[in-house]
Design a binder for this molecule. Structure first.
Ligand code: PLP
Length: 394
């Protein structure tokens, strides 16, 4: 008798896993493999956050909390939106969950009926299509063209939207491209979404990691109408180097937030209490560490960007945010005798001992993703290995 549900049978495993597993295997064999696959900051969580979490446990804060988070944390999140985005959210418009990934999961479960479509721009974060499908929805993939810095346009949304389209996902700054939408682009996109009645899911998890003077604008801050039309998703994972703590949140319409809260109340009960106290200290305490980490990423980016772009057959737009480079390497793959970038990435790992993530998992099969959330020495060594590999192989 078949015990697995159809729902999970159609889930595709993360393409990043195969290469990461292979990299681990090679390391275990004693090979000096450098991994550029990391999706998290390589810094420890700032000390005052760890202290606050520890103190909260010692003072007895070790019990269940309300399903959508403590009042204090929701207030801190509301204060953050007021300060950074100039948007006022009431507490019933805020949901705190176990990481932005879980928050997005609850959000799609809360808004999608079977067959509802969600517009997902490429290159996309790997979990969006799977989460939409798990909620019974249908991903409608729209290409963010390289010629438009891998961003989609309002016209493309208008063309893709049909009677069953319910939402559009925006991710700025983007994982994997590091591109950032301007206020003008967002205004046009926002207008189209309002005309078509599409809910905007705005994933702003990399908000604090911006370079070269780039500014982050949330589509929700453009007008009160767009605030109503948007669910913002954010969290402390990337900004405060708290990936393992699992705290993320959504802000937006109270009816959707309430549905997400009900879902969480029957699944997680609440995000881990101790982690909530950590996140509270992250927002209410000093922000120096956030800026220090941002500066470290920017300095690495400036040191390695040209080197990556100058590798033969690599073409890379300079990222404005996040901590990834996403070069188009189709030409390099062809030079080295490969029809596909997936094969090129595999060979890079076995021949050059460098693990990169093939772009196919992000819906962009001509690219690879290199993370610079790793120390500069390893980063530079990895890039020179890739460069010599291409030189020798072509
Ligand atoms: N959204 C994007 C674009 C991400 O890259 C990530 C993490 O990699 C997340 C959401 C999830 O973050 P969290 O650790 O808060 O679940």
């Amino acid at each position: 008798r078949e015990l697995l549900a159809d729902r999970v049978k159609s889930l595709t495993p993360s393409t990043t896993l195969a290469i990461t597993a292979k990299a681990k295997e090679l390391k275990a064999e004693g090979k000096d493999v450098i991994g550029l696959g990391a999706g998290e900051p390589d810094f420890n969580t700032p000390e005052h956050i760890i202290e606050a979490a520890y103190e909260s446990m010692k003072s007895g804060e070790t019990k269940y909390t309300p399903a959508a988070g403590t009042v204090a944390l929701k207030q801190a999140v509301a204060d953050k939106f007021k300060k950074d985005q100039h948007i006022t959210y009431d507490l019933p418009e805020i949901f705190v969950g176990s990481g932005a990934k879980h928050v997005l999961y609850c959000l799609f479960q809360a808004i999608l009926n079977d067959g509802d479509e969600v517009i997902i721009p490429t290159p996309y974060w790997v979990s969006y299509p799977e989460q939409v499908k798990l909620a019974g929805g249908k991903p409608v993939i729209v290409e963010g063209k390289e010629s438009n810095d891998y961003k989609i346009t309002a016209e493309q949304i208008a063309e893709a939207a049909g009677p069953n389209t319910k939402a559009v996902i925006l991710n700025s700054p983007s994982n994997p491209t590091g591109m950032v939408y301007t206020k003008e682009e967002l205004s046009l996109i926002g207008q189209t979404c309002m005309d078509k009645g599409l809910l905007i899911v705005s994933d702003e998890i990399y908000e604090k990691l911006l370079y070269g003077g780039t500014e982050h604008v949330s589509i929700a801050e453009i007008s009160p109408e767009l605030k109503e039309q948007t669910m913002i998703v954010n969290g402390v994972s990337k900004s405060h180097s708290m990936t393992g703590w699992r705290i993320g949140y959504a802000a937006g319409r109270a009816d959707i937030i309430k549905a997400m809260t009900n879902l969480a109340s029957h699944s997680t009960s609440n995000p881990t209490t101790t982690a909530q106290f950590g996140a509270l200290a992250a927002y209410n305490g000093p922000q120096d560490a956030v800026e220090e980490m941002r500066q470290a990423f920017e300095s690495r980016l400036n040191k390695v960007y040209d080197k990556v772009n100058n590798i033969e057959g690599f073409r890379c737009i300079k990222p404005q945010g996040a901590f990834y480079l996403f070069p188009n390497v189709k030409e390099a793959a062809a030079l080295c005798g490969f029809d596909s970038v997936d094969e090129f990435a595999k060979d890079l790992l076995s021949e050059a001992n460098v693990a990169v993530i093939p772009g196919s998992g992000f819906g962009s099969p001509d690219n690879i993703r290199l993370s610079y959330a790793t120390d500069l020495e390893s980063l530079e060594k990895a890039i020179s290995r890739i460069s010599s590999y291409v030189e020798n192989k072509k």
